[in-house]
Each structure stands twice: as structure tokens, then as C-alpha cells.
Design a binder for this molecule. Structure first.
Ligand code: PLP
Length: 399
């Protein structure tokens, strides 16, 4: 007998990168060597001082429920930390701790979107936006990221053209997954102008705000008049190599934060209690390990970009932020006589062990898309393996 599931599930998408990861694990279980470029997970250990502070908190009995907003000290310190990096003026009342950054997406749409509302979101982009907008009965309206001179960029004019009287929300994932794109100050300013002109509220997904190798990140929420119309998705996952710990936060206007905290009560009561003490140590303690994480990632990026650009038919930018690469593989696929993404991906996995995602894992392709892209994450693979894997991939592509 099949279980009669709710109809709304027909609208729920998923993050298919996890399926690629499972496929790679199955291939490895048969004794094959895998080069894991598929998932934005990290093989770098969480800084030792965070681990120790967490264990201490556990031993100190921080093992019961805690406030559904998160522990006050962490909310306070996180607000201060964000104010320092963003130039904003948040207080602890603007922070609701979450079990990861991802839950902010669902809670944002639950709190802000009515059925039939149109939401602008990036494509290619993190697939959970499309999934959650449609699951909650909104209308997902994509805006494109295309190749610019030195990196990908969104098409600003298209964002404005897509706005209708029903558009209420915009998702901005600056320092973007999968492309590594980053807004210039002028572009951020333009987005702020659009949000104010059309009265849009913005989900600022800042999962990679601190994963940058040069210069400083800038947040839309820091522009004049924008803190009141932005909700920041914050996460400890990437900055502190804590993907599996599941800790993040929603940061924004107090009334919205109160609503999100009420959703916390309904969903999970509170985020893990003792981990929040580890997070306090992460934000206030010794920063040498988080710095080392960036050094390691930068070395991997440089190696991977050089090797990819040395493959016939592959063209890859060198983004200054995130740990993703989104090379154009149109000519490489053509040379191999493959036009189907899944065929290319699966054949590469079977013949080389190199496992990656493609554009298909980042939202529905848009009409008129002719170029073909693959996405490689270098957060879970060491330099030696990058060299070995991409050498095999080169042979595969050029064969
Ligand atoms: N947003 C983006 C763009 C991401 O790439 C990710 C994770 O890969 C997340 C949010 C969620 O991360 P987490 O739930 O680990 O904080």
C-alpha cells in the first residue's frame, strides 16, 4: 500500500547535490577512488577551541532546553560581531539562533510570504529557494546570473523588468553559490534602490560572507534604510568549519525575529544548547584556526582554477569568495559528444571517480540558456587530491 501523502508535497523540491554525494559514496563503496567536488561540505576540522568550549559546556550541564531565541550571550555577541563586519546597528533582539543557516529560508517564507506572492530568486542558485517558495504556495520568479568580464553577475535590468504588483520578496545570495559571484558596491546600491522603490523585503543569504580571500564583504543590510527590509541568513557552518554541528541565525527587524522565534518554538523548541557555547568561543576566542581555514581554501582554489583552465574546452573564473567554481564546460561536453548534463556527470564519475554537480542541481534551467556549466566545490578535498582528480578529469575530457 502506498502512503497517501499531502498534496503540497508535489511542490517540494530538494537539494539534489546530496543525491550526487550518495551516488559518489555508493561508487566508493564498490572500492573505487572518489574525488569529492560535489558538496559544499568541509574536510577541515572545526577549530579546537570551539570543540573544547562545547565539551566544557556539555560537562557543565548545558544539556537541557535553552531559550527558543538562543542563549542571550550568543545573541549579543553575534549582533556585535555582525555590526563590526557589516557596519550595522543590531542588538540581541535582532537575533534568533537557528539549527543551521538553512532553516532561515523556510521560516522566512512562512513569516513573510502569502500564497500567490511573487518572489525573485537567483538562477542558477541555491535550490532550496525555489523549493521553499513553491512549497509555501508562492510564485518563484528567477533572475539570471551570467558570465561577466571577470566573474558571474546578475542581470540587474532583468530583475526590475520581472517586478510586478505581486512581487513582495527578493532573495539575494551575494557571494553566491554556485557561481562565486559578488555584487559591486554599485550593484548593491541598485538592489537597495529597487527594494525601496518597489517596497520589497529581502532575504540576504550570507552563508559565505566570511569566506573571502581578499578585501571585505559588504552587506545589503548595511546600506541606508535597508536593515529594516532585510533578513540576514547567518551560519557558523562555513566560517568555522561547523557544517555538521548545525548552528546559524536569523538576523533582522525585531518583529520578524519574534515571529521566527515563535516558529522555533513550534519546530524545534530551541537550537542545540551546548553548541552555542562553542559558538561564543568561535566568535570571541583565538582566530588563528578560522584564518587557517581561509588559507587552506585559497590554496585549493588557486590550484583548482589553474588546472581547470588547462583543460581543453573548460573556462573557469577565479572568484574571490565562496569555495565554489562554476566553469563553463560547453566546449568540453561538445568535444566529448555529450549534451546531457547527467550523462556527462555520471560518465565522469564512472570513468575517473571525479564527482561534481552541474547547473541542473541549481534550479530549473531558464529559457534560452545555451551554455553548459558544472559546479565544483573545493571545501571537501585536499590539494593533492585536487591535482590527481583534475588530471584524470583532463584526460577524460580530452580523450
Ligand atoms: N545558503 C547557501 C547559499 C548555502 O550554500 C548553504 C549551504 O551550503 C546554506 C545556505 C545553508 O548552510 P547551513 O544550513 O549549513 O548553514
Amino acid at each position: 500500500m502506498t502512503t497517501k501523502l499531502a498534496q503540497r508535497l508535489s511542490r517540494l523540491g530538494t537539494e539534489t547535490a546530496f543525491a550526487v554525494s550518495a551516488e559518489a559514496a555508493a561508487h566508493a563503496a564498490k572500492g573505487n577512488k572518489i574525488y569529492p567536488f560535489h558538496l559544499g561540505d568541509m574536510n577541515i576540522p572545526t577549530p579546537g577551541n570551539i570543540v573544547e568550549a562545547t565539551i566544557r559546556a556539555m560537562k557543565d550541564g548545558k544539556t537541557g532546553y535553552c531559550p527558543n531565541y538562543g542563549i542571550p550571550r550568543l545573541r549579543e555577541i553575534l549582533a556585535e560581531d555582525i555590526n563590526r563586519s557589516h557596519g550595522t546597528d543590531y542588538a540581541m533582539e535582532n537575533v534568533a539562533i537557528q539549527p543551521g543557516g538553512k532553516p532561515v529560508i523556510n521560516k522566512f517564507f512562512l513569516a513573510m510570504m502569502n500564497p500567490g506572492d511573487e518572489v525573485l530568486y537567483p538562477s542558477p542558485g541555491y535550490p532550496i529557494y525555489e523549493s521553499q517558495i513553491e512549497f509555501h504556495d508562492g510564485v518563484a520568479v528567477p533572475y539570471r546570473y551570467v558570465e561577466g568580464e571577470n566573474n558571474f553577475e546578475f542581470v540587474l535590468g532583468e530583475i526590475e523588468e520581472a517586478i510586478t504588483p505581486k512581487t513582495r520578496l527578493l532573495v539575494l545570495n551575494d557571494l553566491q553559490n554556485p557561481t562565486g559571484a559578488e555584487c559591486s558596491e554599485r550593484q548593491l546600491q541598485k538592489v537597495a534602490e529597487l527594494a525601496q522603490k518597489y517596497d520589497l523585503f529581502v532575504l540576504c543569504d550570507e552563508a559565505y560572507f566570511d569566506i573571502r580571500y581578499e578585501g571585505r564583504s559588504k552587506s545589503l543590510a548595511s546600506l541606508p534604510g535597508m536593515a529594516e527590509r532585510c533578513l540576514i541568513l547567518y551560519t557558523f557552518s562555513k566560517r568555522f568549519a561547523m557544517t555538521g554541528w548545525r548552528l546559524g541565525a536569523a538576523v533582522g527587524p525585531e518583529d520578524l525575529i519574534d515571529t521566527i522565534a515563535k516558529l522555533n518554538v513550534n519546530d524545534e523548541s530551541c537550537s542545540n544548547h551546548f553548541i552555542q557555547y562553542g559558538a561564543i568561543e568561535g566568535l570571541t576566542g583565538d582566530q588563528s584556526e578560522p584564518k587557517e581555514i581561509l588559507r587552506v581554501l585559497k590554496q585549493r582554489r588557486d590550484k583548482a582554477v589553474d588546472l581547470l583552465n588547462d583543460i581543453e574546452g573548460i573556462r573557469c573564473f577565479k572568484p574571490n569568495a565562496t569555495f565554489y567554481l562554476f566553469p563553463n564546460a560547453t566546449a568540453a561536453m561538445k568535444n566529448k559528444g555529450i549534451t546531457d548534463y547527467e550523462q556527462f556527470r555520471k560518465t565522469a564519475l564512472a570513468e575517473t571517480g571525479v564527482s561534481f554537480c552541474t547547473r541542473r542541481h541549481f534550479g530549473r534551467p531558464l529559457p534560452g540558456e545555451t551554455e553548459l556549466y558544472i559546479r565544483l566545490a573545493y571545501s571537501g578535498i585536499d590539494v593533492g587530491e585536487i591535482e590527481e582528480g583534475l588530471a584524470l578529469f583532463k584526460q577524460f575530457v580530452e580523450r
